[in-house]
Design a binder for this molecule. Sequence first.
Ligand code: MN
Length: 718
Amino acid sequence: MIRQYELIERVKAYNPEADEGLINRAYVFSLKAHGSQVRASGDPYFTHPLEVAGLLADMRLDTGSIVTGLLHDTVEDTVATLEDIKGQFGEEIAQLVDGVTKLSQLELQSDRAKQAENFRKLVLAMSRDLRVLLVKLCDRLHNMRTLDAIRKPESRQRIARETLEIYAPLAERIGMHQVKDELEDLAFQHLFPEARASIVQRLAFLRDEGGDIVDRIIAELTDILNQGGVDAKIRGRQKRPYSIWRKMQQKDVAFENLSDIMAFRVIVPDLATCYQTLGLLHHRYKSLPGRFKDYISTPKPNGYKSLHTALIGPFLQVIEVQIRTHEMHEVAELGVAAHWSYKQGMPQPADMPKYRWLRELLDILEYAQKPEEFLEHTKLELFQDQVFCFTPKGQLIALPQGATPVDFAYAVHSEVGDRCVGAKVNGRIVNLRTSLQNGDQVEIITSKTQKPSPEWERFVVSGKARARIRRFIRQQQRDQYAELGKAMLQKVYRQEGYEFVEKPLEVVANNFKLPSVEDLYAGIGSGNVPARDVFFAVYPGHKQAVQQRQDNVVPLTRSRRPGAERDPAVAIRGLIPGISVHFARCCHPIPGDRIVGIVTTGKGVTIHTIDCETLESFYDTPERWLDVAWDADAIDEDAHTARIHVVLANEPGSLGTLSTVIGKSGGNITNIKVIARSTDFFDLLLDISVTDVRHLSNIIAALRATPVISTVDRARTG
Ligand code: MN
């Protein structure tokens, strides 16, 4: 524990004019306020604010920061009030302490959305004073250093995760690399102890293997630079375990293949020498293409300047080299704190062009629609391949980049995914294929009658959604095939003059190596098992009789005997029995239309109207065309969906008139889509279920006779 006089000495060393009396009063105030409180470690609580003040002194910050460090937990954890602090230390200190207190309070909330909200308020307070954040980071750093004392593993994990997700990125954003590195490393240690241990162990092994390789490389580099007339200080280090781990994750490489685990920093007297040094090194060693970065001519948004390069250095080791001046180095290590040290006083960020990046950050906070965006911004660097969205209750859902509301729905719950019919993003209804953005609030609209659509599979990106949809489609397909297969088998029985009985099929299924009768039906429906073979398996004696009969008869495949039993499910002539039939969604054929069938592998036959534009894409595969026609003998009671395009006057009641006319003609509107809407007209696509083309013609005629309707046509595409 630092002693009172030691703290004062540390501050006086860089700021002889520091208000010693104020620091002493804060020391005593905090000591008394925390009284006999102890930390989880058993140490007196006061050691914590004192250490935090010490860290702030190491960053050479002003008296206000040091005093705030000492007082930062008094309002939150003791009987002291903000009023007390204002009375004894003045308005400025009270505001700083209040800022840190609010940041600490938000840590107690589990709700992530609220957290972001508080965060935003806090960081807005920071716009008046960035020192709040500096104190908070030192507070967090000390807590992380002493995290071992926290007994509950869940608490340790939560704090470590929060550090990794929020505080380390914040430290990086304001350029405090030293703090960022240490926070990351400590959090890493608690979150992934095994991974860290194994990396540390292997680093140690390498060190033993290579002996003092870092020192030898430094000696060689120094030599080369000295010969070139450059006076440089070189420091070498192995990269931190956490950054090695991240590299292993991001690039998906094994430790053995991570050649550049050593980094060297060359500090030179001035800017020109930076480039001279670079020249000398590139002249002597091969540089790795794509690794050179000039952050001097184009500094990072947080003010960071350096030259970065990677070389195949001495001993043929790949090494990373950063070249910078002493001043650049200060900024790199301490970031904003270096600028904000006591000498420069405490300027307002808005006045300083140097802090443009900070201004921009604040603008995001001030003008962003959603406070959650900020939380996401601070995490962005860690999770660029992911997108984070919120449920209406504020639960955070992580999804792969490019995720849609359907992915979101499945991530919330499989049931929600299966029943999803629509979505609201930030309160507005959106298309289910919309790509979600960071911070979006997503509300899924469900319906009990909804089922997963095969269409979804084309745009979902998450594995969970895709797997669920596929499974559902497979199941549905199997059900369809089973239904079709049973109907086909029943037909064979009828044709052969037998009554259909299901019972014997249980044995027959076995013969076909299928686990159940249901699977047998599905096999027939999908065309894998011929229906006749199944029939003959049940009645082996019947086979010969049929064989003889068939010698005299032309096999029936593409045509039908007039008046013969037809497949009741499909009133279309010319189809190979047993193939499943779909009506194309592009042209919506209805009985009476001239039609053609297109064979689609695995799906059966799709029926198009003869004038459908989609057919063009099948011109070069004539073998897929089937000559089909509606079965005129068939009394088709089934409803078919036709699509019409209507332009309607935009006036009160016109939509009502439209639906009345269709209803009176016996049509049923199943779907309405507004394509365009102007002050004068609605442009609509209507799906209507009708019995056949004559029915549709009647409806179209009735609509054309209606005054509010400007034009009506059959819609051929879209
Ligand atoms: Mn604290």
